[in-house]
Design a protein around this ligand. Structure first.
Ligand code: F6R
Length: 364
């Protein structure tokens, strides 16, 4: 049941720190990443030349975060495709391709078909799945199960963040077997990853502050979420969450791209949410925020706590507990999930069962 919570979504948001720990637990042995319990052989992680994600919706957004990690840590090319578009794009796939199929339910037909297509072309596959024994799990060469437990709310929360955890572990292992991480680098990486559940908990403990921010958005017809790089990937998921349960039309936008057309849509009636969590992007993001502010938009900023925002004025500022930049997705996601949740709840909507949506999508 929902326990003390009014909706499953809140319960599932709150369960995330434990779900992250559970997803990590069996895969860290004597302080090292070990995927042998999953049966994922080191050879396929070592020998692949390309990595490709096929997934839908939230699971695809988890893939985008993994892409940033694969490219920065492994220096390897990676593409992330909507499963429904994958096979119609004549993807370049061969025996040296590692395909990651990511799915909570393991039953999404587009993801299943994309995986079958890639395997026919000779790709090796690892599926990241929450539901044991599901169709995608059975079709894939190897499976890493997320330990999120059942996810009942239609809007995915703990499935997403446990997918991220599984993917961070997979990339960490790849870095090790490819000789990129030595023991010390692996240890530092794991130390940061181990902190993710606690940093997320710090955000969950401040849910009332996020509720206050949500109250300012109830009348919005349209909203924007802007950022660059990993912030943009995080916001794509944040915007999907807000759209699907609050029915506010929300666009996540790469903030540097706004001025090439879309900024025409920004007025004083378009609330803007920005995340600022990446050192190398901070100054450019702040300047993009000033651009929308000068069109009258009120901007809420979710900022890594040790970044200095100078004296700028924002509609609201929420400080995210600091982690190494690439791990900031964990606390930032918790904040954006809560934002969507409270907007939906305060609008009196059925948070767990938004209109037109099903938990499992078995039509193409
Ligand atoms: C959004 C959401 C969907 C799913 C998508 C894929 O909150 O839940 O976007 O992520 O339908 O579903 P799975 O992960 O079951 O393949």
């Amino acid at each position: 049941g929902k326990g003390k919570y009014p909706f499953y979504m809140e319960k599932e948001i709150m369960e995330q720190p434990d779900a992250l720990r559970a997803t990590m637990q069996s895969r860290v042995v004597n302080g090292k990443i070990d995927l042998s319990a999953d049966g994922v052989p080191d050879e396929i992680l070592k020998d692949c030349e390309r990595v490709c994600v096929v997934a839908c919706g939230t699971a695809m957004h988890a893939g985008l975060v993994a892409k940033a990690l694969v490219q920065s840590k492994l220096g390897m090319h990676m593409n992330v495709e909507y499963a429904s578009e994958f096979m119609y794009s004549d993807p370049v796939i061969d025996e040296k391709t590692l395909v990651l199929a990511i799915s909570q339910s393991g039953e999404t037909i587009d993801t299943l078909e994309a995986l079958k297509y890639a395997r026919k072309k000779g790709a090796k596959s690892v599926a990241v799945i929450n539901v044991k024994g599901s169709s995608i799990a059975r079709e894939s060469d190897y499976v890493m199960y997320t330990v999120a437990g059942p996810e009942i709310a239609v809007a995915s929360t703990k499935a997403y963040t446990t997918q991220l955890m599984a993917l961070f572990l997979l990339v960490g292992r790849m870095a090790k077997v490819r000789g990129i991480f030595d023991d010390a680098t692996e240890k530092a990486y794991l130390d940061s990853l181990t902190k993710a559940p606690d940093k997320m908990q710090e955000v969950l403990d401040q849910k009332h502050d996020i509720h206050k921010i949500a109250r300012e958005m109830l009348d919005a017809k349209d909203a924007f979420m802007i950022g660059r790089g990993l912030d943009y990937s995080i916001l794509l998921e944040g915007a999907l969450k807000l759209k699907e349960i609050s029915y506010i039309h929300t666009e996540a936008y790469a903030s540097g791209e706004l001025k090439h057309g879309t900024i025409a849509l920004i007025t004083e009636n378009t609330p803007v949410v920005a995340t600022v969590t990446q050192s190398k992007l901070k100054e450019k993001e702040l300047s993009n925020i000033r651009e929308v502010q000068s069109r009258g938009a009120s901007v809420v900023v979710f900022v890594k706590e040790d970044f200095d925002l100078a004296d700028a004025e924002y509609a609201d500022v929420f400080e995210l507990p600091a982690m190494e930049d690439e791990f900031m997705v964990f606390p930032a996601s918790a904040a954006l999930q809560l934002l969507a949740y409270y907007v939906s709840m305060d609008k009196g909507l059925d948070v767990d069962k938004p209109r037109n949506l099903a938990k499992v999508v078995t039509v193409e």
